[in-house]
Every structure is written in C-alpha cells, then in structure tokens.
Design a protein around this ligand. Sequence first.
Ligand SMILES: Cc1cc2nc3c(=O)[nH]c(=O)nc-3n(C[C@H](O)[C@H](O)[C@H](O)COP(=O)(O)O)c2cc1C
Length: 288
Amino acid sequence: MKKQIVPGTISTKDLHQYIIGAVAPRPIAFVSTLDENGIANLAPYSFFNAFSSNPPILVFSSNRRVSDNTTKDTLHNVRQTRECVVNVVPFSIVRQMSLASVEFPSEVSEFEKVGLTPEPSQTIQAPRVAESPVNMECRVKDIIELGEHGGAGHLIICEVTLISVSESVMTEQRLDPNKLDLMGRLGRNYYVRASGAALMEIYQSVTEIPVGFDGLPEHIRTSSVLTGNQLAALASQVRTPAAEDVERIKEEKGLWMGDSMLEKHVKAATLIEEGKVWDAFCLLMTAS
Ligand SMILES: Cc1cc2nc3c(=O)[nH]c(=O)nc-3n(C[C@H](O)[C@H](O)[C@H](O)COP(=O)(O)O)c2cc1C
C-alpha cells in the first residue's frame, strides 16, 4: 500500500518535508554574496543543482519563508549585484555551514559568525569561502519567481565564470570524491557524507547496447536468488556468454560443475557482489 499525498490537502510545512525527504540526497550550494553596502553574506541552499555544461549553468532556489512569507538576504543580494559564488561543502566545514543557515540580521556577515574566511574572487566582487575546496564564481542570468505565498521558490539561474579548485582534492587532474568528502542534505536534520564506504562505482557502457533483462535466459530472469541489482549487472553485459565462453570458464574454474541449479545461483550472486559478473553469467549459463 502506498500513501497518496495530494498537494493542497496538507500543510506546506508537511508537504515540504515529503519533498525534501524524497528528493534526497541533495548537493549543497554554500552561496556567498555581497549586499549593496559591501557586507558579505553566506547561506546554504540545497534546492540546488547543475543544469548545463555549455553554457555552465547552476540553479538554486531561495524560498519565501513558510512562517511569514518573507524573502532571504541571498535573494536580495543577487537581485542587487547579479553575482554570487557557489562554494561546495565538505565534511570539514559542515557544522559551520549549518550555523550559517541561522537567520542572523542582514547587517551581520555570516563569515564572522561561523568562523570562515572570505577570499577575493577573480571574476566578480563577491568573496569565495577559502576553506571550501571548490568555488564557482557566477553571474546571475535570470531570477524566476515561482509563487507569491510562503514556501514559493525563486530560481536563481547562474552562469559560472570561473571554477577554482584546490589541488588537495584532485587525483590525476580529476576531482576525487574521497578527497572532496562532500556532504549531501536529506529530509529533516539528516546529512550524508559522500566518501569511503558510502561510495559505489557502477561502470556502464553507454556506447554498446547491453542484453537487457528481456535478453536474459528465463531461468536467470526468474531466479529466486538473484536480486534486481544482481540481475541488472548481468543485463548490463553486452552479450550472453557463448558455449565456448562457458567451456573456457569451466576449464579454468571447474569448481561448480557438480552443483545444483540453486547452488549455482547462490554462487553467481556471490561472484556478482565480488565484481566477477562475467564469471557469474557463464556459471549461470551452465545451470539451465
Ligand atoms: C543544508 C541547508 C540547505 C538549505 N537549503 C535551502 C534552500 O534550498 N532554499 C532556501 O530558501 N533555504 C534553504 N535553507 C535555509 C537557509 O539557509 C536559511 O533560510 C538562511 O538563513 C538564508 O540565509 P540568507 O537570508 O542569508 O540568504 C537551507 C538550510 C540548510 C542548513
């Protein structure tokens, strides 16, 4: 049974929790701006993502407060200056980021309140966060108002003018997720740390056409042992093992020849989890 939630029939506060709980984890834009008097502002926004690489476009949304329908300093500042820096949030500054979400008065700079260091940007006036390993300097192309009531967003569409990357988060000229150690936002007060055991690498060829679920032999597709993810690993192969592939594997690994079909499926599941998907596929082809 699935609960059906119709927007408009529950409070905006409750609907918001369903949305942020379900659309998760979300990246966090730690946005630095300047007001018209040159006071720096810093605030986290997780209604945020990248939407284009050419031109390079980031979008985040500054919402009207549900409690009193007021708008936020970041929105005011980007309207005035048409620029901002999107700084990424690694684990090392996650609590400072959270502290920056407090509604300090407009004339107070969050940089001082949360102990982070403003450093000059190269292409715009708004400062970067020195402690953030990736800073994206942006010009604001457009601001789209999504509604007039509490909870309504303003889409702030930004074109990146410069990306500044710390060498410390690179491996062989690429951003390294383990070194970056980024945080993501979920519902309620939950965050996720995107490094170590939380990372999962899935290699998927996009140029060669895989066999797909419907291309798997019946006894594999209807296995009572293999999970959807394990079947998908098999279905991602670009061909079904031929008789000679199976023979070669039999000769090389011979261990499963006397096993029952069920045992072969159990062994195949283990092989898939070990990353030996092709061996598992060959083994399963001997189980029909
Ligand atoms: C992780 C995190 C993500 C947030 N994401 C958003 C968001 O996407 N949109 C929004 O309006 N407020 C969001 N907030 C709340 C704002 O950060 C908060 O209202 C802040 O005081 C706004 O600061 P400003 O007035 O300086 O712009 C978020 C808060 C946290 C801690």
